[in-house]
Design a protein around this ligand. Structure first.
Ligand code: SF4
Length: 191
């Protein structure tokens, strides 16, 4: 593990913030990247299941994302091929409705540029609005995903693969019909 990875693993900057949530959990950064991986997946922040497993996307969102990419878990978790760097490395807790809180911006402000300086991805998947905002300055998820051809094949903006977005997928059938085949082609070319 590199010096930077060790520092992120040891980070406790959000300890007080997380202690004030309903789950009163402690920071547990999920660090999953190494230099040289051709694919970068930029997620939002770990959910509770990932907080417990310590491995990114070990949940239904991960199942859907792997299906979108057209790869199995073995390739997905091969760090020489895929770097998974969310906008915050720790589970942020739940809001009053039981949804995950947004990733604390302190995390990206502290770590993100340092990590990005060590990666040279050829293909970047921006998963959700927070990733699109940081990497593209984009404010609107649907508009940004609809304009995916502006960024492909090096970058693919994607909605979050959460079950909460199943309605969005139904309302936007072009996503599965047009974008996903191109995404799978781009992923296959990297592997
Ligand atoms: S979310 Fe980021 S900044 Fe906050 S404790 Fe975890 S690693 Fe540190």
């Amino acid at each position: 593990m590199t010096d930077l990875q060790q520092k992120i693993r040891a980070c406790r900057l959000c300890e007080t913030r997380f202690a004030a949530t309903a789950t009163r959990h402690r920071p547990k950064p999920v660090v999953w990247f190494q230099t040289g991986a051709p694919i970068l997946i930029v997620g939002q922040a770990p959910g509770m299941r990932v907080h417990e497993s310590g491995k990114p996307f070990t949940d239904r969102s991960g199942d859907r994302l792997r299906q979108w990419m057209g790869i199995d878990a073995e390739m997905f978790y091969d760090r020489s091929r895929t770097a998974i760097v969310p906008m915050a490395f720790c589970f942020p807790g739940y809001d009053a409705k039981g949804a995950d809180l947004p990733p604390p911006s302190l995390c990206a402000a502290t770590w993100r540029q340092q990590v990005m300086d060590r990666l040279q991805p050829k293909l970047t998947l921006l998963v959700g609005g927070h990733a699109m905002k940081w990497h593209l300055g984009a404010q609107n998820v649907t508009r940004t995903v609809a304009n995916w051809r502006d960024h492909a094949p090096a970058i693919f903006p994607l909605p979050h693969p959460s079950w909460r977005n199943t309605g969005w997928l139904k309302r936007n059938p072009w996503f599965e019909a047009d974008l996903l085949p191109e995404l799978r082609t781009a992923v296959a070319a990297m592997l």
